[in-house]
Design a protein around this ligand. Structure first.
Ligand code: NAD
Ligand code: NA
Length: 400
């Protein structure tokens, strides 16, 4: 069928399989162009189908020839109804890796559940024995804690006071003022329960107990800091509390892995257009100024450039892993450069609907957003009939 983007609010209801495949191919080509790195051979990526997690899986497979297992939560296609984008990304990745003789299998289900953890451990035992790297890259608005049965929902709110600043609706380009009331204690706790480190620690505990962590295994989760203009709603807001918890959990996990000479890190990544970030107020406006500035300075990176740099210049250099004063890996170093932030802060002051198309990279934002769903990708014929019923070659069947 002919597949077109159908927008609703911050999401797109359709996805294009051929555009997704082209995106994956472009990322693979990028990693190959950088040459082999000294990276891991057996890798589990939790949150492997889009954004930073997909880039991690691609970098492991094509940077160091790794066997990869991916865990994700995606909607499968039905006749006349497209799958969610991560389904098509994974289908393209596993088709290509299998053709290239690389092991790639995956599990589609709720990573927060006991069942998916057990299924993943069983698959590692059966096929790989152990893993050397575990990437934790989930972004979710909801989590059911398998121990308590309680379902937690996250919120994106400031803490301690009302927040008010500029924001943009990137579909219309209209800049307006958004006002968000502060979160209460319960909302803070729920957000930490969803996006903090508790589930990451559960994964590592269960994998260690099952003996599927190799000696010297490394685990990495992704965090964000960002500038002063987003601080009240991001780093000092509810989501920031969750990231504080995630970062603290890295130390808890590292201590637990000491006896197998393992490591646990948080990597602070750059602000990028993903399904997760486009739902956060103020961030899209910041990203449009950031993209404009970083592109002008020749510093712009997408997920794949970020993660390739994480592997080749931070994690697998053969030497110590460089970290900041809080023990975090920083690949947001170019975003946070003084000259970049000074330029963005200047642009921020001028932000309004009339000038944004010139002062901000709204066009780049929109293109990246469409690209997430496989649309507006160069080299794809969108007038051609596309097959929505794509299968994922390495998808593990589960009993319903
Ligand atoms: P994303 O939405 O592109 O990816 C989320 C992944 O999690 C997908 O693979 C999805 O299928 C999976 N997922 C969600 N819920 C799941 C569940 N219940 N079970 C199994 N899989 C599930 O998001 P992203 O932007 O790549 O975010 C990944 C991490 O990177 C997050 O921790 C995020 O905070 C962090 N990060 C993002 C940015 C940014 O600007 N996008 C910057 C720095 C750090
Ligand atoms: Na991800």
């Amino acid at each position: 069928m002919i597949i077109e983007p159908r927008m609703r609010g911050f999401i797109c209801l359709t996805a294009h399989p051929d555009g997704a495949a082209q995106n994956v191919k472009n990322q693979i080509e990028y990693v190959k162009s950088k040459g082999a790195n000294n990276g891991p051979k057996r890798v589990l990526v939790i949150g492997a189908s889009t954004g930073f997690g997909l880039a991690s899986r691609i970098t492991a497979a094509y940077g160091s020839g790794a066997s990869t297992i991916g865990v994700y939560f995606e909607k499968e296609p039905k006749e006349g109804k497209t799958a969610s984008p991560g389904w098509y990304n994974t289908a393209a990745f596993e088709k290509k890796t299998q053709a290239d003789g690389l092991y790639a299998k995956s599990i589609n289900g709720d990573a927060f559940s006991n069942e998916v953890k057990q299924q993943t451990i069983d698959l590692i035992k059966a096929d790989l024995g152990q893993v050397d790297l575990i990437i934790y890259s989930l972004a979710s608005p909801v989590r059911t804690n398998p121990k308590t049965g309680v379902t937690h929902r996250s919120t994106l709110k400031p803490i301690g006071g009302t927040f008010s600043d500029k924001t943009v609706d990137f579909h219309t380009g209209i800049v307006s003022t958004v006002t968000i009331e502060p979160a209460n204690e319960e909302e803070i706790e729920n957000t930490v329960a969803v996006m903090g480190g508790e589930d990451w620690e559960m994964w590592i505990d269960e994998m260690k107990a099952a003996g599927v962590l190799a000696e010297g295994a490394t685990t990495v989760a992704y965090s964000y800091i960002g500038p002063a203009v987003t601080e009240a709603v991001y780093r000092k807001g509810t989501i920031g509390r969750a990231k504080d918890h995630l970062e603290a959990t890295a130390f808890t996990i590292a201590a637990k892995l000491a006896d197998i000479k393992g490591h646990a890190y948080v990597s602070v990544n750059k602000a990028l257009v993903t399904q997760a970030s486009s739902a956060i107020p103020v961030i899209p406006l910041y990203i449009s100024f950031l993209y404009k500035t970083m592109k002008e300075k020749g510093l712009h990176e997408g997920c794949i450039e970020q993660i390739e740099r994480l592997f080749s210049q931070r994690l697998y250099t053969g030497g110590d892993v460089p970290v900041d004063e809080k023990g975090r890996i920083r690949i947001d170093d170019w975003e946070m450069r003084d000259d970049v932030q000074a330029a963005v802060a200047e642009l921020w002051k001028t932000a309004d609907t009339d000038t944004l198309p010139q002062t901000g990279d709204l066009a780049g934002y929109k293109k990246d957003f469409l690209n997430l769903f496989g649309f507006d990708v160069a080299g794809v014929d969108y007038a051609a009939d596309a097959n929505e019923m794509v299968e994922i070659p390495g998808l593990q069947k589960t009993e319903a």
